[in-house]
Design a protein around this ligand. Structure first.
Ligand code: 3HC
Ligand code: NAI
Length: 696
């Protein structure tokens, strides 16, 4: 089947792009469009043209699987130029999505009409490139400089109504009359001089706005390369004539293609979608979930309940007693009130959700109708066992029973029930109504139906699901524990926590490990360390600095002191000389003569620890593929997206280099730095983690 067809309907030619799933502008589509343009240009009987996408979408953009490979002609800027040069009115009929190159094709048409519900945008910078087929030159001539800079740098997808208000399109249609309306417009424009956006005047200069965007997106800042290039391309539209502006755009676009971010961001795009492919889920039917139960109304229970409510599910919360249930309800109310304050939810909708969609009690019997229950009680095996015994008693036979445990063995929890095939881990991240990641933890006896239900729930909650196996900490927390420990070793050996945080931020994380610890509360890690003290291997180096800090009841932000000081009214924490003195004392007590670390060495060690543990997680089958680890760290732990995730980053550094770093560090501590056999094997074969991502 040809991917582009031309159908004559009287004097109108309907050009239809049919390249499932999203009508991306592959080489075949570009060639097909070029042929269609030539055919229409040569046919005097055709008075007007409608360009439309088959299926759900107009065009989702360039075919990004072609990026990084030698370009196949015709290139898109040439196709859009030919489209714009056509001497007949061309109406773009936009349904579903016109994104990136898709919107650029529409902008090269003489007229644009979008169905209600369509989304339009220029999301290229999110993929490490910039609109490269006239988006930076045609858009400002239509909607002005400021609106273009906002659209291009945010990558925001706007709806048809906003696009109309901005002047990006000419009309909005009902979905079922889109084609007819477009044909009518094409007929009414026939014979009139053709509008060409490129012939419109250049946008007016606005030096303040330009200065503001240039300052916000400086190329020398991590993750800002494509954004700063995109700003420059748009700015070029102020002074350069259209054709030269197009040339400048192309130059900047090609630099992005070769730039530091594109491969990582495209990897992250496909990694997200690959993670959703969970083998068990395709073998089992998902249970339809309408009514849910949440056990525990603390930090996580309230967040999970809110996520469910905000996505159309009803919630029955069960707490220890009525007072705790009332507190659980108050916690949920507080979260929903926050959504109202931020304008995400109306007060009426909140009241409706709380009255009709939510109840909280101490009565397990109220869970009889729940399709899926998530347990989020204290992290104690004893308490969780008791909860699952109750759930097994009261829940209907096909209900899915999930635990949000962070570290406990889900096989042991499942064994408490007579239906271990229905038991699964659903590991949310805090705050659960905000964080995008959901680890779906598959225990030994978890059935495919439970997995399929978990994956479908993630989608319903608009979260990214990653399948994980059972181990201490699953994918994310297990890796976190190791790179966190590496940071503590560097702190004991001579680096200050403030330097470590700053080096990690400069790499691209929004916060350093000690800022994160202060925010989460140092008492949590302290309790875990105490619990594990008895089973700790004597060969493991132990860093007691944070214990010393906790003994002073400095638990972080919530107590005003932790690793940082949080002075009244100060916007952020500041380094604390008393903490530095505690660190010095611990060094002395351990006979450590402090050495100095460069920021680069801090990052090398931190990343080597992260990559090594991540490799072990893949090697043991805890993660299905390297890109699942990347997705976990990207969405749950603040790993900078423009670096693609730890294992993609490792590929870019080179696995031989990472391995040789680990071997060097192992000369100091061969217990902590034990290289993963997968890493050794890949390095020896000159292979990459990417080669293990099935469809890469
Ligand atoms: N190129 C190649 N494949 C693409 C693609 C693209 N631009 N966009 C989506 N796909 C693939 C996905 O990988 C997925 O494949 P799979 O089924 O094998 O996993 C399939 O299409 C369906 O995609 P989604 O799962 O994302 O489907 P949704 O219905 O949830 O979303 C969408 C559809 C909103 C179109 C979303 O896919 C999307 O946002 N796509 C990217 C849009 C984009 O960023 N476009 C700009 C590209 S860069 C560009 O145009 C440069 C130009 O300026 C020159
Ligand atoms: P929390 O202490 O804030 O809340 C726990 C709640 O469970 C309390 O309200 C308590 O009254 C209730 N509870 C205890 N026993 C109960 C019982 N038998 N029946 C009903 N309710 C009972 O704890 P938090 O932080 O919400 O953690 C809950 C679970 O989520 C733990 O397993 C934790 O490891 C996990 N988790 C925590 C994350 C976090 O960042 N806090 C992140 C991801 C998972």
């Amino acid at each position: 089947m040809p991917v582009v067809t031309v159908e004559r309907q009287d004097a109108i030619a309907i050009v239809r792009i049919d390249n499932p799933p999203v009508n991306a502008l592959s080489a075949a589509v570009r060639a097909g469009l070029q042929d269609a343009i030539a055919e229409i240009g040569a046919d005097d009987g055709i008075k007007g043209v409608v360009l439309i996408g088959a299926g759900k979408f107009f065009i989702a953009g360039a075919d990004i699987t072609e990026f990084g490979k030698p370009p196949i002609p015709p290139i898109l800027p040439d196709v859009t130029a030919e489209l714009e040069a056509l001497d007949k009115p061309v109406v773009a009929a936009i349904r579903g999505a016109a994104l990136g190159g898709g919107l650029e094709v529409a902008l090269a048409c003489s007229d644009r009409i979008a169905a209600k519900g369509a989304k339009l945008g220029l999301p290229e910078t999110g993929l490490g490139v910039l609109p490269g087929s006239g988006g930076t030159q045609r858009t400002p001539r239509l909607i002005g400089l400021k609106a273009t800079l906002s659209l291009v740098t945010s990558g925001r997808r706007i709806d048809a109504e906003e696009a109309l208000t901005l002047g990006l399109i000419d009309a909005v249609a009902e979905d079922d009359t889109l084609l007819e309306d477009a044909k009518e417009r094409a007929l009414s424009l026939a014979g009139q001089p053709r509008r060409r956006t490129g012939a419109l005047p250049n946008p007016a200069n606005d030096p303040d706005t330009v200065a503001q965007y240039r300052a916000k997106h400086r190329a020398d800042r991590p993750g800002q390369f494509a954004l700063s290039q995109a700003v420059e391309a748009v700015v070029a539209s102020i002074d350069l004539p259209f054709a030269q502006g197009m040339g400048r755009e192309r130059e900047l676009f090609l630099e992005c293609m070769e730039g530091p971010e594109r491969a990582a961001l495209i990897h992250a795009f496909f990694a997200d979608r690959r993670a959703a492919k969970v083998p068990e889920a395709s073998r089992g039917g998902a249970l339809e979930v309408k009514s849910t139960g949440v056990i525990g109304g603390g930090t996580m229970g309230a967040g999970i309940a809110s996520a469910m409510l905000l996505n159309g599910l009803t919630v029955t919360m069960v707490e220890r007693d009525q007072a705790a249930a009332d507190q659980g309800r108050a916690n949920v109310e507080k979260i929903l009130n926050g959504s109202v304050q931020r304008g995400k939810l109306t007060a009426e909708k909140r009241d409706h959700l709380l009255q009709d969609g939510f109840c909280a009690s101490a009565d397990y019997d109220s869970l009889g109708e729940a399709d899926l229950v998530v347990e989020a009680v204290f992290e104690s095996m004893e308490v969780k066992r008791a909860v699952f015994t109750e759930l097994d008693r009261v829940c209907k036979p096909d209900a899915i029973l999930a635990t949000n445990t962070s570290y406990l063995d889900i096989n042991d929890i499942a064994a408490e029930t007579r239906r271990p095939d229905s038991v699964i881990g659903l590991h949310f991240f805090s705050p659960a109504h905000v964080m995008k990641l959901l680890e779906i933890v598959v225990a030994d006896k978890t059935g495919p139906g439970a997995v399929a239900t978990g994956v479908a729930l993630a989608k319903r909650l608009r979260k990214i699901a990653v399948r994980a196996g059972v181990c201490d900490g699953f994918i994310g927390n297990r890796i976190l524990a190791v790179y966190r420990q590496c940071a503590d070793y560097m702190m004991l050996d001579g680096a200050s926590p403030y330097q470590i945080d700053s080096a990690v931020r400069a790499f691209g994380f929004p916060m350093g490990p000690y800022q994160v610890s202060d925010l989460a509360g140092l008492d949590i890690g302290w309790a875990t360390r105490k619990r594990r003290a008895a089973t700790r291997d004597p060969k493991e180096r132990y860093v007691a600095i944070l214990d010393r800090i906790c003994e002073r009841e400095w638990f972080g932000r919530k107590t005003g002191r932790g690793i940082y000081r949080y002075d009244e009214g100060a916007p952020k924490g500041s380094p604390d000389p008393e903490v530095e003195a505690i660190i010095d004392a611990e060094r002395e007590a351990n006979g450590v003569s402090p050495k100095s670390f460069s920021d680069a060495e801090i990052v090398s060690r931190y990343m080597a620890a992260m990559v090594n543990e991540a490799a072990k997680v893949v090697e043991e089958g805890i993660a299905l593929r390297p890109s699942d680890v990347d997705v976990t760290l990207l969405y749950g732990y603040g790993f900078p997206r423009f670096r693609g995730g730890p294992l993609h980053y490792a590929d870019t550094v080179g696995l031989k280099k990472i391995l040789s770093d680990i071997e060097t560090y192992a000369e100091e501590d061969d217990f902590f730095w034990r290289p993963s056999s997968l890493l050794k094997d890949l390095a020896a074969r000159n292979a990459s983690f990417g080669s293990l991502n099935a469809d890469d």
